[in-house]
Design a binder for this molecule. Structure first.
Ligand SMILES: C[S@@+](CC[C@H](N)C(=O)[O-])C[C@H]1O[C@@H](n2cnc3c(N)ncnc32)[C@H](O)[C@@H]1O
Length: 354
């Protein structure tokens, strides 16, 4: 699968209106994904604040249609470079940005770039050569794991212009989880009400046989077929990024990070409608098995407590747990200068590392 095929796939994905999105079987899961991205950005912002970087310069690599533009506005970004291989997606992102400029306050400056980040040198296309404080790559990096040169070029594009101390965050399919699911399914398949994962070459699923690059799988969500994807085995991601002077801060499966993010962002989650209220007459999942844990939880509530709980259906939860979040930091060289005064010295030690 070439980058131009990926581009043509994403260029042809329909933009859906709010009403259709609300009726989707994975409405809450999509919102939860957005909530995770928001909290991941908040986490990175907090780390940059420690360095007195309040208005980061951001690279959103493989940005798609610009679904995170509002998040960059909320994060107080100074400038954002949005890059993607799909030209129609980039046009839509730019349109969205122009509409946002109608906001009552100043919005960040932005550049929109069409680039195959597995082949081209992104830096050559970026007008402002100032280093980035923050790079974000959401649900996309694994496409580059088709082969080693593509993955290396993509990662170099991602972190090559990051300043020392700068942060690289992202979300990825969790290769371990996916391998586990397809190995335990029949003929290299895992399926539930909302997602279907098929590992293409079943012979590669034996212990020690899965290749480091080019481990092709197909992931369809809510019956929307995705273009082929590739497992990005996280220890390999870490190794390749270490060669680019990056150090791991954290890596966590969504199953682990979501409860933490809810703890610190309950209000935001409510605003983003990331959970479905159980019970209600119009549940997304149509069978009781989709809500057994929520039911059990409610039954244990003491008398007098409201008998409601926010939840995701079992199938959405299984699908969302196929992903992980990560954060890396560019190693500090000697002195670090920020555009703000009193920049603190950088810690180069690994934190929160699982
Ligand atoms: C699942 S979408 C994610 C979009 C966006 N980051 C988000 O979170 O909504 C994956 C994106 O990766 C982009 N992509 C895949 N391969 C790429 C490449 N070689 N160079 C640049 N972008 C690429 C696709 O065009 C698509 O927009």
């Amino acid at each position: 699968m070439s980058a131009s095929e990926v581009a043509s796939h994403y260029n042809n994905v329909r933009q859906t209106g709010i009403q259709i999105r609300k009726e989707s079987r994975i409405f809450f899961m999509r919102n939860m994904n957005n909530f995770v991205k928001s909290q991941l950005i908040n986490d990175a912002k907090a780390r940059l604040n420690e360095l007195n970087i309040r208005n980061p310069r951001v690279l959103d690599i493989a940005c798609g249609k610009g679904g995170d533009l509002r998040k960059w506005n909320i994060a107080g970004a100074k400038t954002v470079v949005m890059a993607d291989v799909a030209d129609v997606s980039i046009q839509q992102a730019e349109e969205r940005y122009k509409q946002m400029r109608g906001y009552p306050h100043n919005i960040f400056g932005a550049q929109f770039i069409v680039a195959d980040c597995t082949k081209e040198n992104l830096e050559e296309k970026i007008e402002n050569k100032e280093p980035f404080d923050l790079v974000s790559c959401q649900f996309a990096m694994h496409y580059s794991f088709v082969d080693e040169p593509s993955a290396r070029t993509f990662l170099k594009n991602a972190v090559g212009m990051l300043r020392p101390g700068g942060i690289f965050i992202g979300t990825l399919p969790d290769a371990d989880r996916i391998t586990w699911a397809v190995r335990n399914g029949e003929d290299g398949k895992f399926a539930n009400d909302v997602c279907k994962i098929t590992y293409e070459n079943v012979d590669e699923l034996g212990e020690g046989k899965t290749p480091l690059f080019g481990a092709k799988f197909h992931f369809s969500l809510d019956e929307q077929v995705n273009c082929p994807e590739f497992l990005a085995y996280f220890p390999l991601v870490k190794h390749l990024l270490e060669e680019l002077d990056m150090e791991l801060i954290f890596v966590k499966n969504f199953a682990e990070v979501i409860p933490e993010y809810i703890e610190s962002g309950r209000r935001l989650l409510e605003n983003m409608t990331g959970l479905e209220t159980y019970p209600n007459k119009n549940l997304c999942g149509k069978v009781d098995e989709e809500y057994l844990e929520a039911k059990e939880f409610i039954e244990k509530l003491a008398d007098g407590q409201p008998k409601f709980v926010g939840t995701l259906s079992k199938s959405e939860w299984e699908a969302i747990c196929m992903y992980l979040v990560f954060g890396f930091r560019k190693k500090a060289s000697q002195d670090v200068s920020t555009d703000e005064p009193e920049a603190k010295s950088l810690k180069s030690s690994q934190e929160d590392n699982e």
